[in-house]
Design a protein around this ligand. Structure first.
Ligand SMILES: Nc1ncnc2c1ncn2[C@@H]1O[C@H](COP(=O)(O)OP(=O)(O)OP(=O)(O)O)[C@@H](O)[C@H]1O
Length: 253
């Protein structure tokens, strides 16, 4: 599915946070949203998954304005891994992942064998099938993050919105998660702090600064030393790695 955010304007408590942000994620593409702290990445993502209604502009899914769809319909199309996953400590891991099935069911409808099979498969994909019956309260931060991804996978949506999905993950799981997400063939928009993960896995990057898009394009087009210096205030060197992707080295100024 094709996702288009067009000219989004968001003002929160009198502060103009998004100032005309346009972002397009073509079907099956992995698009990274990057930018310094406070640049508006989470705010943009919240508009995409409808936690926030922009004061101006609109979000279109395959050309249809999301604001005109009911939320249940949107939840069948858009899965989310948000930044603060501090709810649901009373749940087991499997129950948490089964919640991903709820947009596909009627209110109070019981989970079917198929729901269980989908939830278990999602747990297997994130490497946590052995923790299915553990309480969420006993998990490490990284394990919890992977459960939340499994819940979004179990939702089986064509679009995934991920807000710093590699938060809390060690380097092995960071790479595993990005490989998994890339291999899904779904439309993914992910806010990422790690510019090297962004360069390795995203087909397209959207760089935000002060609530505006300052560059959009391939990692090679967006991640230039001059632009990184201007936006992040650090020295940077961009090198070609043996895997064919660029990497950025950082230096204090
Ligand atoms: N509810 C709110 N009321 C007022 N200001 C807000 C609100 N939510 C966010 N902001 C402000 O909007 C700006 C953008 O925040 P946002 O969380 O989108 O940035 P971000 O790029 O995701 O940052 P980070 O990398 O630190 O997670 C920040 O200055 C933040 O303080």
């Amino acid at each position: 599915m094709d996702l288009l955010a067009q000219d989004l304007q968001v003002t929160l408590e009198g502060n103009h946070i998004l100032k005309g942000v346009t972002l397009e994620a073509g079907a099956g593409k992995l698009v990274g949203v990057i930018g310094p702290n406070g640049s508006g990445k989470s705010t943009l993502l919240k508009c995409l998954y409808r936690q926030l209604a922009p004061q101006g502009g609109a979000v279109y899914l395959n050309g249809r304005d999301l604001a005109e769809e009911n939320r249940r319909e949107s939840a069948k199309n858009i899965g989310v891994v948000a930044q603060h996953n501090d709810k649901g400590f009373d749940f087991t891991v499997l129950d948490m992942v089964l919640l991903g099935r709820s947009p596909h069911k009627k209110p109070l409808e019981r989970d079917t064998q198929q729901d269980y099979a989908i939830a278990k498969e999602a747990l297997r994909e994130v490497g946590l099938e052995e923790l299915a019956h553990r309480s969420m309260a006993t998990l490490s931060g990284g394990e919890r993050q992977r459960v939340i991804l499994a819940r979004a996978l179990a939702q089986q949506t064509p679009v995934l919105i991920l807000d710093e999905p590699t938060n809390h993950l060690d380097v092995q799981y960071q790479l595993q998660l990005m490989e998994l997400v890339m291999g899904l063939g779904r439309t993914v928009v992910a806010a990422l702090h790690d510019l090297n993960l962004a360069a390795m896995y995203c087909q397209k990057l959207c760089l935000l600064d002060g609530g505006r898009v300052v560059a959009q394009g391939t990692p090679e087009e967006v991640l230039t030393p001059a632009r990184i210096g201007a936006v992040y205030g650090v020295g940077a060197e961009v090198v070609s790695a043996s895997d064919g992707h660029i990497r950025v080295l950082f230096y204090p100024r």
